[in-house]
Each structure stands twice: as C-alpha cells, then as structure tokens.
Write a protein that binds this ligand. Sequence first.
Ligand SMILES: Cc1cc2nc3c(=O)[nH]c(=O)nc-3n(C[C@H](O)[C@H](O)[C@H](O)COP(=O)(O)O)c2cc1C
Length: 361
Amino acid sequence: MTYTNKTQQLLDKLQLDHPLIQAPMVGVSSPPLAAAAASRGALGSLGLSGGSAAAVENAYAAVSKLSQQPVNLNFFCHARPTGNDTKQTQWLQYLKPLFAELGANAPKKIAAPYGTFDDEPETLAALLDCNAAIVSFHFGLPAQASVQALRDNGTFVLASATSITEAKWLVAVGVDAVIAQGWEAGGHRGRFATDQQDEQLSTLLLVQQLTQDLDVPIIAAGGINDGTSAAAALTLGAAAVQMGTAFVSCPESMASKAYRAALAQPHRQSIMTTVFSGRESRGLKNRVTEVLDPFAALAPDYPIAYDAGKALAAAAAVTQSEQHIQNYSPLWAGEGFRHNRSLPAAELVTQIVEELANAES
Ligand SMILES: Cc1cc2nc3c(=O)[nH]c(=O)nc-3n(C[C@H](O)[C@H](O)[C@H](O)COP(=O)(O)O)c2cc1C
C-alpha cells in the first residue's frame, strides 16, 4: 500500500504502521482498548476529560503494563461555564418527569462535574514530567504557553476543528496536526469558534478544504467506520483517520451492554442534540432527546447541564433495565454506526487495514 508523503511522515513521527487513530472517548476508551489498537499498528487514545495529574499518571501506569507503543492522551479545553441558579433550577423542573419515570428524584442542584484543562496546572506539569509523546485537545486549546511547553518538550500536539476558521487558529497557535471533525462525528462536537455560525461541514468537505489551505497533517474524523470510507478520506488528502463510534462496540471498550445493543439496532437514528450536556453532541435518539429537544435552548451551560444528564443516566443504570439505560442515557454515536462490528479491537484494526488496502488497489 502506498501512502502520501504526509501520511508516511505522520506514521514515522507517531511510530505507527497504519494511518488509523482509535479516538479518545471519555468513559468508553480504556487502557485495554488503546493497547489493543496499538498492538496492530494503530494509535490508541484515552480521554481524560478536563484532566488531573493523577489521571495522567494512572493512564500511563495502566497503558504501560499492556503496551510499549505511544498513546494519545486527550483533554477538554472548553470555556468555563457561567452558572445561573434560576436557569439550573428551571432545567431540573424539565428533567423531573424523566427522573419520575425511573422512580427517582431529580437532584436539587447541579454544578460543573469537571473543569477545563487550564484549571489544573498540575496536569500540564504531569504531562511534562512523563514526557508525553502525543496529546490532543477538544473544544479549543489551553493557553498558548501550555501548548508551547508541550511542544518544546517534544510532545506531538493535535486538536479538533470543525471549520476552516478554527483549523487556521489552531495552526497559528502551534498544533502539529488538525483533526477535521465533520458533522457526522459521534460524541461531542469540538466546535469552539462559537461567535461564527456553524456551517456543519461534512467530514470529507472539511478535509478537502483544510488540506487545500493548510500545511499540517489533517486527520479525518466523523462517520468513518470501515476501511472503504477511510480510503475516501485519505484520497481527499487526509493524512490519517480517527474513528470513535467504530471502537465503542469492541469488547475492550467501557460501553455498557445496553449501549452496545442499541448500536446494533439499525432502525435507530443518530442525531445532534444539546440536552444531555449543554453542548452539541451526536448520539442515538431516545426518550430524553425526544422529550427535551424542544426545550434545548433552556439548557444550562456545558458542562453544568451534564451533571443532570449524568444523574439521569445513573438513575437508569440503577434499574438495570436495558430499555431504561437506552432511553435515559447518552448513547453517543456517529452517523456511520450501522457499520459497527463487535470485534476485539485488534481484529477490527486488521479488518479495517485490509479494507483500506482493497479500496486503494
Ligand atoms: C462515545 C464517544 C466519546 C467521545 N469522547 C471524546 C473525547 O473524550 N475527546 C475527544 O476529543 N473526542 C471525543 N469523541 C469524538 C471523537 O474524537 C471523534 O471526533 C468522533 O468519534 C469521530 O466520529 P465517529 O464517532 O463517527 O467515528 C467521542 C466520540 C464518541 C463516539
């Protein structure tokens, strides 16, 4: 298989055999998942949310027992939320009937369940201490000095962009590669240029435009669940692809049985919603999105709203009912979920690589 120079350089730099990244997914990606992806020459990733020194140290300790390959650690850089007690109390009133359907009480108060990367300077210090090889950011970047410190220490820094404006800004700050996250992508949309209207570009269009305008490697993310669609992204100039939803169904992921079962139901719909967390995210339509989507504009800021969304999912988990878990929890899924395969991650990587080779020949 012949790759472009950009792809080959990226593979050499990240010590990979294949231009495939298992996406970081908070609550879903696990050290065994990352290690299994890495065992077949892909890049494994772990999602560490806002981060902490302990999270960094634990992640490295867990992965290094399973793999000698570099791993990508991922962090959120969202803007700090503005708390508003009235708005939060009102939102909980909207959620109350959903809690009641589960025989549970809505929480009395909600607050941001996690911070943003810059809130804990110890996280950066831990990454520098551990000589992190690869770090990625979602929802923007930390302070420029933090990006610079990582790069000066030899860390390869990636970040998600959903538009040309965002990608150019990331490159100006100094990232090594841009993840082009299309509208099809599962999980949270990494958009951060919120003063601009969202063009909702598809992954392939975004990749095409970014590869024309920018010199850094562009990594395609969104709706890519097999080697054939990966080949399409590489043909359009992507240096690599990042797949999230495809890896949720692997036995090494931390996804619940009910979540996996929902992904295997082809009649399901993947929709963009803000009601679980206060921020755009793509997942399977369910009871929560049906009831709350009409009131989405009233949701508190991300991630304050997520406190309520997580409490509802926890109440559903207590019932141990597959139907309740599917109806009242976020089931993040990109538009390509119907192509998912419930294979061990190493086998999935091998199949995708074979499909990629066949598509290119
Ligand atoms: C369950 C799930 C959780 C995710 N969590 C994160 C995360 O913690 N950090 C991140 O940068 N991206 C996260 N994403 C987005 C992925 O990085 C990637 O953009 C997306 O999965 C690509 O689309 P696909 O799901 O269609 O492959 C998540 C995606 C999913 C499906």
